[in-house]
Design a protein around this ligand. Structure first.
Ligand code: ATP
Ligand code: MG
Length: 446
């Protein structure tokens, strides 16, 4: 008895992994539909890959000496077959894996996009979560700086479409492997001179991946990395021409940018162009989108050598900006809320609701928590709160007369007045509602 009575403990979600509740749905919808229409405008095709991949894909693709692979991956052994698997921390490697596996590039280059959750075991804070969402593009098979410029312009168009201002563009060039090798020698020599002040991460990376030291977020190291030899000074003619080509296109399209020689990106697969879109409004988590060229990756993952570039955007950070700038869209209510009382009215109401949905209207049928019939007054309260444009009301009288009562719920005239309730024969209900809605829409246009 006591065992049964004991209240069960509430279960909480996993730390750093958020529920996206209905109150936020309008914001997500607004973002997703805006981003999709931007992607369509550039001819991008959607690709959906699994959330779980072989761990090796990321260790090989992203690089062993990176934040993600060293300490952020959710990796596990499948207890049923012993496979080493990982929840995707990013999606470029998976899209490339899929493109190779399904030979997507057999008939020429492809412009692909994705959206979905990514997983990184980081310290949760504002703008940094363990499950977060990215939308990203991968332009596979395009070598020229025009594609770098195009994917950057896509971001600018999205900021404009969303109404976001003040997101700054920073660009850099990582050159080619041999140029990075020459820079690396000088960088190591320089960092060795400062070995006494380097932090643990930097010391560990000094010989394995010194470029990554420049990416440090440790304030104590900022001056040292500021004065380190710059990769950009090691670029050869072709790399420089590519970088200048990009800058020319950005200028021609009035996209302001800053060259940031310290921008190196946290993943190993980048070469030539890298870029980030940054805002000052989100504290330390100010990068809302990041990307670049990753020409070596496709071959590295077993495909034919193929040029490629792309970006990934942190959806939560962009939504945070939309909230910050009060660009949160209103949740749209449904068209009709059906109120009913009495056994026969309840049956009729069910049928009427279905008929209205047949005509394309969005309808909520009142249903009480306990299955009993609630008072008209409490049902009308629910109808008002639902944001519906009209209440359709059925009681004993209406059922007996073959009519329904219709009450507009929104303040259509904008003067705090709602139009009067009217009684309509059931067979004229749809026509009445559609006419009334057209009239309201026309009023709204004035
Ligand atoms: P950061 O330097 O902030 O850790 P990153 O270089 O690891 O970012 P990328 O791998 O380039 O990030 O991912 C692209 C974008 O995804 C970032 O610019 C950011 O907007 C978003 N992002 C990355 N990690 C997270 C996270 N843990 N939570 C929320 N958004 C994230
Ligand atoms: Mg990171």
């Amino acid at each position: 008895m006591t065992e049964q009575k004991r209240k069960l403990e509430k279960l909480a979600g996993v730390k750093g992994m958020n529920d996206i509740l209905p109150g936020e749905a309008a914001l997500w919808d607004f973002f997703e539909s805006t981003v999709k229409s931007m992607l369509r405008a550039y001819g991008y095709q959607n690709i959906r890959t699994p959330i779980v991949e072989h761990t090796q894909l990321f260790t090989r693709g992203i690089g062993e000496v990176t934040d993600i692979v060293e300490k952020e991956m959710y990796s596990f052994v499948d207890s049923l077959n012993g496979e080493n698997l990982t929840l995707r921390p990013e999606n470029t490697a998976a899209v490339v894996r899929s493109a190779i596996e399904h030979n997507l590039l057999y008939d020429g280059p492809k412009r692909l996009w994705y959206i979905g959750p990514m997983f990184r075991h980081e310290r949760p804070q504002r703008g940094r979560y363990r499950q977060f969402h990215q939308v990203g593009v991968e332009a596979l098979g395009f070598a020229g700086p025009d594609t770098d410029a195009e994917i950057i312009l896509m971001c600018q168009r999205l900021w404009d479409d969303l109404g976001l201002m003040g997101i700054r563009l920073e660009i850099n060039s990582l050159g080619l492997a041999e140029e990075r090798a020459a820079h690396r020698v000088e960088l190591i020599a320089y960092l060795e001179k400062h070995a006494d002040v380097l932090d643990e991460d930097a010391k560990r990376r000094l010989y394995t991946n010194p470029l990554r030291v420049l990416d440090t977020k440790n304030p104590a190291l900022q001056e040292i990395v500021q004065n380190a030899p710059k990769l950009i000074d090691f670029l050869g003619d072709a790399s420089r021409a590519h970088f200048e080509g990009l800058q020319r296109l950005l200028k021609a399209n009035n996209i302001p940018f800053k060259i940031n020689p310290r921008l190196v990106r946290g993943l190993d697969y980048y070469n030539l162009t890298v870029f980030e879109w940054v805002t000052d409004k989100l504290g330390a988590q100010g990068t809302v989108a990041a990307g670049g060229r990753y020409d070596p990756l496709i071959e590295q993952l077993g495909g034919k050598p193929t040029a490629a570039c792309g970006w990934a955007m942190g959806v939560e950070r962009i939504l945070e900006l939309l909230k910050e700038d009060a660009l949160v869209p209103q949740e749209e209510g449904c068209d009709v809320y059906v109120v009913h009382q009495g056994e026969r009215a309840r049956e009729q109401a069910f049928i009427i609701a279905e008929r209205l949905r047949d005509t394309g209207l969005d309808v909520i049928l009142h249903c009480s928590a306990d299955g009993a019939s609630a008072s008209f007054k409490s049902q009308m309260k629910r109808a008002d709160a639902s944001g519906a444009a009209f209440a359709v009301i059925l009681g004993d009288d209406e059922v007996a007369n073959g009519t329904v009562a219709i009450k507009p719920l929104r303040d259509t005239a904008g003067e705090g007045e709602k139009s009067e309730q009217s009684s309509v024969p059931v067979e004229n209900l749809t026509e009445f509602l559609i006419n009334a809605m057209v009239a309201t829409a026309e009023d709204g246009d004035d």
